[in-house]
Write a protein that binds this ligand. Structure first.
Ligand code: NAD
Length: 431
């Protein structure tokens, strides 16, 4: 089977590479000519573990190719995935202009029956809107519309795609559903569950899933702040409640507030969808507000530890919004570093993979070669992203390199007691 993936970003590239690995013939399309030329010469535009090997292998086997030529990709494909961005507009509602423009191109070049699949996270009603749009452009077009939301996590994207907890297929077109089942057939072998729903239920599922995960994060952050006031350890509480299988231990890690390209945008989008349907979104609104406050609370926390920030050097470890990615979209590090710099602090930062991406948004930061050179002469060390390689640093060496041994551990990487024994002044979140 031939498929086309329109939009070769985090989701589109992983989707294309993984389907090619399943044996499908894949053309990945993007309007960004530079991205396509880098990919065509074997260079990855993003950091994602295992992606480069998977792409190289499937390009060599002839099953995966990259192009800006949407016409040819559409003509060849039976299934066309839309994996373009859906960033938030000023009012929080998703910007569908990329989806719409890609759909118009598809309509222009369709040469027979096609299954058109939204993999982008799109508001409820987008599938039906696309159906109407395509019919308006050409009433004779023959197609099925499917919503197939993507649940992969950056940093673990390939495994998440290849071994998903479930595949959601939303459609009322039986032929399209049958083709989608066929396309995902390799996952039957590992018994991945398929959930076939209406278009609208599939579209809502993605927002509901992300909003629920964001709720867990805001919830544990609120409990962590309470722990700070009570004087007990949020890790004890999180561990004990997480053992209840109705609650589960995942996503109960307090931190500087969620970021990334999905949770902030998808919680806002769900709230905007609710108001569009005349419904309240009280829980989601609270999750967004708790997160806003959590992110704002980080600067005063660091200031309390360091004192007057002006003229101080702060070492920041971790810049990406989470480990194992170079994605800087809505990363907490941006607010924290900008806030510190606005107060006159100098920043020396290190991230294992995100420094090039970070330099585009934070050009005035001094980027270090490793953790130890970042810490040298610093007045405080701030952990912002919990990369595994930060978990076993030589903290004695770090202490001796620093001007004053102070740690703001915004991911609770280290044990407060251990750090205090080493002579650090230490603050974590809820400990
Ligand atoms: P991205 O910004 O990394 O990639 C989008 C790509 O689409 C870009 O390369 C852009 O140049 C391209 N594009 C835009 N308009 C185009 C057009 N008309 N034709 C061809 N290409 C076009 O975005 P992403 O992170 O991959 O997210 C894509 C969608 O998937 C979003 O809706 C997002 O919410 C959703 N999603 C993302 C993740 C994630 O972890 N990043 C997970 C699940 C779902």
């Amino acid at each position: 089977m031939h498929i086309a993936v329109i939009g070769t970003g985090y989701v589109g590239l992983v989707t294309g590479a993984c389907f090619a690995e399943f044996g499908v013939d894949v053309t990945c399309v993007d309007i960004d000519a530079e991205k396509i030329s880098r990919l065509s010469s074997g260079e990855m535009p993003i950091y994602e573990p295992g992606l480069e090997q998977l792409v190289t292998k499937n390009v060599q086997s002839g099953r995966l190719r990259f192009t800006t030529d949407i016409k040819q990709a559409v003509e060849q494909a039976l299934v066309i995935f839309l994996a373009v961005g859906t960033p938030p507009k000023e009012d929080g509602s998703p910007d569908l202009s990329f989806v719409e423009s890609a759909a118009r191109s598809i309509a222009e070049y369709m040469n027979g029956y096609k299954v058109i699949v939204t993999k982008s996270t799109v508001p409820i009603g987008t599938g039906e809107y696309l159906r109407t749009l395509l019919r308006e452009i050409n009433p004779r077009l023959n197609f099925g519309i499917v919503s197939n939301p993507e649940f992969l996590r950056e940093g673990a994207a390939i495994n998440d795609f290849m071994r998903p907890d479930r595949v959601v297929i939303g459609s009322r077109d039986q032929e399209a559903i049958a083709i989608m089942r066929d396309l995902y057939r390799p996952l039957y072998l590992i018994e991945a569950p398929f959930v076939v729903t209406s278009l609208e239920a599939a579209e809502l599922t993605k927002y509901a899933a992300n909003a629920f995960l964001a709720t867990k994060i805001s919830f544990i952050n609120e409990i962590a702040n309470l722990c700070d006031s009570i004087g007990c350890d949020v890790h004890d509480v999180a561990k004990a409640i997480g053992m209840d299988r109705r609650i589960g231990s995942k996503f109960l890690h307090p931190g500087p507030g969620f970021g990334g390209s999905c949770f902030p945008k998808d919680t806002q989008a769900l709230a905007s969808v609710a108001s569009q349907f005349g419904r309240d979104s009280l829980i989601v609104d609270a999750v967004i507000e708790v997160n806003r406050r959590q992110r704002q609370a980080m600067l005063p926390k660091i200031e309390k530890l360091v004192g007057e920030l002006s003229g101080k050097t702060i070492a920041v470890l971790g810049l990406a919004f989470k480990p194992e990615t170079d994605d800087m979209r809505e990363a907490p590090s941006i607010d924290i570093i900008s806030g510190l710099m606005n107060r006159g602090a100098k920043i020396r930062a290190y991230d294992p993979v995100a420094m090039i991406e970070a330099a585009a948004v934070l050009p005035d930061v001094n980027y270090a070669d490793d953790e130890y050179s970042a810490a040298t002469g610093a007045d405080a060390l701030v952990f912002v992203t919990e990369w595994n390689q930060f978990r076993a640093l030589d903290m004695k060496r770090i202490r001796d390199l620093m001007k004053s041994p102070k740690i703001a551990d915004l991911r609770n990487i280290y044990e407060p007691e251990d750090m205090r024994e080493l002579g650090f002044e230490y603050v974590g979140i809820g400990r």
